[in-house]
Structures are given as structure tokens and as C-alpha cells.
Design a binder for this molecule. Structure first.
Ligand SMILES: Nc1ncnc2c1ncn2[C@@H]1O[C@H](COP(=O)(O)OP(=O)(O)OP(=O)(O)O)[C@@H](O)[C@H]1O
Length: 294
């Protein structure tokens, strides 16, 4: 696994109130992680730490092997009254953030498309439903290119229809290689899209669960290839790198998980680089440590 954010023994208190006590967790790349817990258990605090909005008292927060991560942060409270249209509002927000106008207009156009809001781009936000207002807030958080979208209670106050739409939206963000971490009160919600559930209670992570629904349609691939061959452009795609291992002076093995729909393309890209396939199998819950046999 190749986490986008890794927390190691992170402790956080507000004055004398301990909220997180030596918490360690990983947020995987290109997956949706839900942080679940009771009111006041520290979910928002954890999100703010992940996004670098507040500092930990102790412990380490490491980002994608030291590379910069571009965050989009969606707070819990959605403004109810915005006297603009989405295009006007996003243009204002982007300009304040110093984005160049031509680039910004293109970005707004793309976001309206992703969020199925093209027909509402020039309508007044004040007349929107809660779900549509929520979408505008998320688009605002994603005005800059985003690697990790951090969402505090994105389902709060949404009816079933809006929740379903939010699920679709999360799936499409994942397909665009955006990692998501969100907080949620209910583990049943978002079941179709969440890959990892982290349960927090009494200042600690009490459970981390990997969701299997997604894994059913995934394949596990292992390739052998020459060590000097670059696979950086493959790593940018819809793959989860599980392990890389050097084999002697010239060769390396790489193990990855790929969704069924992307498998053919990824296999062909590896073959183009002179790799040989060592394993291709549907991903099941029980995994053997294949590479350790060498
Ligand atoms: N800025 C702050 N100053 C002091 N205490 C704070 C601050 N922010 C949060 N807290 C306290 O820290 C604890 C954890 O708060 P946090 O908002 O992280 O919990 P949460 O799980 O997100 O809660 P909720 O589900 O109600 O949103 C709570 O007891 C809260 O009162």
C-alpha cells in the first residue's frame, strides 16, 4: 500500500483535554476513507491534522513519501445564504486565491461537469437544495487541482436522493485519482464507495476495516521487469501499489491492485515496458505474501 498520508503516534490536546492519544493510521491513495465515531470523539480534529490546518502536539504526519499533497478541505458547515450563482461564486473565490482567470474559468467548467451542475451554473445558489449547496462547497474546495479531498460530515442533512448522488460523485472523484477522507456518523452510509473505515473512540483508533465490496471487482497483478525501466506514469493511474521488491542486480517485482475495468490497459502498459506477468488473479480477502516466497 502506498499511503497519501501517514500518521504516526499523533497526540493532540486542547488545553488540558486530551483528544487523540498516540494515534497511528494511514490514508491510502485513490481510495475513500471514512472516519467514524461518536460526537466529540475527535473526528474533525483528525481531519484538521491530516489537512495540516492544526498542529499535533507529538508524533509525525508524513505525506506521500515526502512529496507535496494538494488538499481540498470541505468544512462541516455549508453556508446557507450565498447571493451568487455558482459561476460567480467560484470565480470570486478563485480570484481571491490568486488563480489566473483563463485557467480558473476552464477549471470551473470542468468542475460543473464533474458535479453534474452545468445546467445550474448560472442559477442563484440561494434557491438550491441542501445537496446542491453542498456540491458548490465541494467545488470551491477543489478550485485548485486536488490530490486529497477532506470532507467533514458531507452527508449531514442530506436526504436519501442527495446521499445517493454524493456516492456517485465520490466514485467519479476516485476514478479521477482523487483520494478522499471524510467523517461520518453511520457506517452503513456510503457503503458502496468507502474502501476503509476507521473507528475512533476515547482518544484512540479502536478499529480499522477494509471494505470488501470494492475489492470484489479488483484484480491483483504481479510483474517482473528490469529495474531501470520507469513505471512512474503507470503509478499515476488507477492502480494501488502494494509492494515493490528488487530481485538481484537487474530485476524488480511489483505487486499492484487494479480495478477490473483498468486491468487490460495496465497489463498492456507493463508488457510494452518488457515486463513479464507473474500473477493475475481476482482479488480476494485472503492474500498470500507472494513476494516473500522469493
Ligand atoms: N478549538 C477547540 N478548543 C477546545 N476544544 C476543542 C476545540 N475543538 C474541538 N474541541 C473539543 O475536542 C473534542 C473533539 O472535538 P471534534 O470536533 O474533533 O470531535 P468530532 O468527533 O468531530 O465531534 P462531532 O461529531 O460532534 O462533530 C470535543 O470535546 C471538542 O469539544
Amino acid at each position: 500500500m502506498n499511503p497519501i498520508v501517514d500518521l504516526q503516534n499523533v497526540t493532540k490536546s486542547y488545553r488540558d483535554k486530551l483528544v487523540l492519544d498516540a494515534v497511528s493510521l494511514s490514508i491510502p491513495t485513490n481510495q475513500v476513507t471514512a472516519i467514524v465515531g461518536k460526537n466529540g470523539s475527535g473526528k474533525s480534529t483528525l481531519l484538521k491534522l491530516i489537512g495540516g490546518l492544526i498542529k499535533a502536539d507529538r508524533g509525525e504526519i508524513l505525506y506521500r513519501n515526502g512529496e507535496p499533497v494538494r488538499f481540498g478541505y470541505v468544512p462541516e458547515v455549508t453556508p446557507t445564504y450565498i447571493p451568487f450563482t455558482p459561476i460567480e461564486y467560484l470565480t470570486h473565490m478563485g480570484t481571491i486565491r490568486g488563480l489566473q482567470n483563463k485557467w480558473l474559468q476552464q477549471r470551473i467548467h470542468t468542475l460543473l461537469e464533474i458535479f453534474h451542475m452545468k445546467d445550474n451554473g448560472n442559477n442563484r445558489i440561494v434557491h438550491f437544495s441542501k445537496g446542491m449547496k453542498q456540491k458548490v462547497t465541494i467545488m470551491q474546495a477543489m478550485l485548485e487541482e486536488t490530490d486529497l479531498l477532506i470532507m467533514d460530515e458531507p452527508l449531514s442533512g442530506l436526504d436519501l436522493e442527495a446521499q445517493t448522488e454524493m456516492e456517485e460523485l465520490l466514485i467519479s472523484l476516485k476514478e479521477r485519482n482523487i483520494s478522499v477522507v471524510l467523517t461520518c456518523h453511520e457506517t452503513k452510509l456510503l457503503q458502496r464507495v468507502v474502501d476503509q473505515i476507521i473507528v475512533i473512540d476515547q482518544c484512540n483508533i479502536i478499529q480499522t476495516e477494509n471494505h470488501q465490496a470494492q475489492e470484489k471487482s479488483m484484480n491483483r497483478l504481479i510483474f517482473e521487469l528490469t529495474k531501470t525501466v520507469s513505471i512512474d506514469s503507470i503509478k499515476q493511474q488507477n492502480v494501488i501499489i502494494k509492494q515493490e521488491k528488487e530481485m538481484g542486480f537487474h530485476k524488480k517485482m511489483i505487486e499492484l491492485n487494479v480495478s477490473e475495468e483498468h486491468t487490460n490497459k495496465i497489463v498492456s502498459e507493463f508488457l510494452d515496458r518488457g515486463a513479464s506477468i507473474k500473477l493475475l488473479e481476482p482479488l480476494h480477502k485472503k492474500e498470500t505474501e507472494f513476494l516473500n516466497q522469493f
